[in-house]
Design a binder for this molecule. Structure first.
Ligand code: 1PR
Length: 550
């Protein structure tokens, strides 16, 4: 197999990139020291974490002059995500840190006054001057996850000879990909963008993208500096979730509870078995799921951590599923079966190395939030959320919330943030608050969802997976009141979860709340609807979704 070299400059969640490169027929060789860069013919800089972390690691290890020499020699170079940002001279994210400076200009943060930040999801990369730049297609969607961007000004980069593909989020048009000569850089993750992304990688690796660009160089500056505001391209994200546990025979199965009870109602009360995790993940990918989430709902107690069955599930899934994979369950500081202490960060690292793109933290986040408030909202940098987001970036940390309704007769009957509900309590109560639970809903805490989500946002979580025990498995639709309350409390994206029973419920949650994504489980597992049917329905109703490209 032909080779491509990847810069190994920081512990990163790059397993998916390696899998994607192998999928398009190339072998990865790691570059671990600046001296080895000269051996590379094609070089990829995967971006991990934030701008300053990436650039300072590269600088302190002495990589920057070697990378510049590679580019100056005219050899193929590709930067991904923060790897694109590194091409610019600076970023407002870490103003004291310099980029490679191939383009003089600074990145800034998305405005979060009217939208969620980070920008997470599937959006365009459209290049009007070169519509098929490096295999891009105007009709395709690509997976982005970032808070900082290079704002697009028409003619600005084109006048320097760059071909530019853009995307628009909440009225802000930014650079999605740039290319010139031997250089390609993408703000999106091609390795997580399904077949559309694999096409971009292939076109870089086989040289066809650079050759096509050379024969059709971008047109000269378009003159004036008028902003080009492309059509809003972010799609409605539909996520499939698989709750995984061992059944009573010891086999790992996808299960699904009713309000978190995963045992059959029959006399034997066996664990409900809905299928095999790897096969089902692949099926949902092919139906067009925008992400797949695995929740290890019992943490596989009594198993050495290095042998966690979820690691093997991730390894196998990530070989064929090229959309983001999230894994949750048991991510906390713990003690291995042989007595060795293992940190949450070490467990997350194992998951990332096995192919996860994000980890999801449940119980531990609730306990950390309680400590945060007890300490007068002080952060010490020692929580799992802070440590993992520092090492892998905020976007890699999801907090999974398992709330339960607590009804109260009036607004001020509790210190907690209440909502006036349309669904009265058992005694006709008109108000409720949402109590956080831990240990799969077994223990309810004196902490509400607003407190929890604001605390974890402060700690550096990048996204909230918002379940609801009252709605879980009911097929009665999402809890819109809960979702509205949480969306009003925080800026980071929220994934609505629990209660989806038909495609109309997805339409309802997208139209009646500002949720950033919606997740379904039981209705997909039981074969009542496919992800494709949900997406077709949303399209019919005028909501933009990504269609699967085979
Ligand atoms: O606390 O960090 O070890 O994480 C444990 C994780 O396992 C948490 O994310 C928690 O939500 C999850 N979990 C624990 N017990 C259960 C259970 O069901 N007994 N599953 C459980 C939670 C909720 C959703 C579900 C939606 C949609 N599952 O992910 O998929 O409710 O279902 P629906 O569309 O069928 O209604 P930690």
């Amino acid at each position: 197999m032909p080779k491509v070299h990847l810069l190994d400059y920081v512990a990163g969640n790059v397993r998916s990139l390696v899998n994607a490169i192998e999928k398009v027929g190339y072998e990865v060789e790691w570059i671990r020291s600046p001296e080895e860069v000269v051996n590379a013919e094609k070089l990829i800089l995967p971006g991990v974490g934030h701008f300053g972390h990436c650039l300072s690691q590269l600088a302190s290890a002495g990589f920057l002059p070697a990378v510049r020499a590679h580019i100056d020699a005219g050899k193929p170079f590709m930067g991904i995500c923060v790897g694109l940002q590194a091409v610019f001279s600076s970023s407002a994210e870490d103003p004291d840190c310099s980029g490679l400076g191939l383009i003089s200009g600074s990145l800034d943060r998305f405005d979060d006054s009217t939208k969620s930040v980070p920008h997470i999801g599937w959006n365009n990369a459209s290049c009007p001057t070169n519509p098929t730049l490096y295999g891009l297609r105007p009709s395709s969607k690509y997976y982005y996850v970032h808070s900082y961007k290079y704002p697009y000004k028409r003619g600005d980069l084109e006048s320097l000879g760059w071909a530019v593909a853009t995307a628009t989020y909440g009225g802000e048009t930014f650079v999605g990909a740039i290319a010139k000569g031997n250089i390609l850089a993408t703000q999106f993750h091609p390795e997580k963008s399904g077949v559309a992304g694999l096409r971009v990688l292939r076109s870089f690796l086989d040289g066809s993208g650079a050759a096509a660009l050379a024969s059709n160089p971008p047109q000269e500056a378009h003159g004036g500096a008028a902003e080009l505001v492309a059509a809003e391209g972010l799609t409605r994200r539909v996520i499939a979730c698989l709750d995984v546990r061992a059944n009573d025979q010891g086999d790992l199965v996808v299960t699904k509870g009713d309000q978190y009870d995963v045992r059959e109602k029959s006399a034997d009360r066996s664990v409900r078995n809905l299928g095999k995790p790897v096969d089902m993940a692949r099926k949902y990918y092919e139906q067009g799921a925008d992400e797949v989430t695995f929740l290890n709902i019992t943490s596989f107690r009594d198993c050495p951590i290095a042998d966690l069955p979820m690691l093997e599930i991730l390894r196998r899934t990530s070989e064929t599923v090229f959309v983001p994979l999230t894994v949750g369950g048991g991510i906390r500081d713990t003690v291995d079966v042989d007595g060795t202490k293992v940190s949450a960060l070490e467990i997350a690292t194992m998951y990332f190395k096995s192919g996860a793109d994000k980890v999801s933290i449940g119980s531990d986040a609730v306990l950390a939030a309680e400590e945060y408030y007890a300490a007068g909202k002080t952060l010490y940098g020692n929580t799992a959320i802070e440590q993992i987001s520092k090492a892998y970036g905020n976007q890699a940390v999801v907090v999974s919330v398992d709330p339960k309704r607590v009804y109260v007769p009036k607004l001020d009957a509790t210190r907690h943030a209440t909502v006036k509900t349309k669904f009265l309590g058992p005694k006709g109560e008109e108000y409720c608050w949402y109590a956080c639970t831990i240990k799969g809903g077994r223990e309810t805490r004196d902490l509400d969802v607003v407190e929890l989500t604001q605390a974890v946002e402060a700690m550096g979580a990048g996204e909230i997976l918002l379940n609801c025990i009252d709605k879980d498995g009911t097929n009665s639709g999402f809890d819109l009141e809960l979702i509205t309350q949480v969306k009003e409390a925080i800026k980071i994206p929220v994934i609505a979860s629990s209660g989806a029973g038909n495609p109309g419920h997805f339409q309802e949650v997208f139209e009646e709340t500002t949720t950033d994504a919606a997740l379904g489980a039981g209705m997909f597992h039981r074969g009542e609807y496919t992800v494709q049917q949900v997406k077709d329905y949303l399209t019919e109703k005028g909501l933009v979704v990504r269609q699967f490209e085979g």
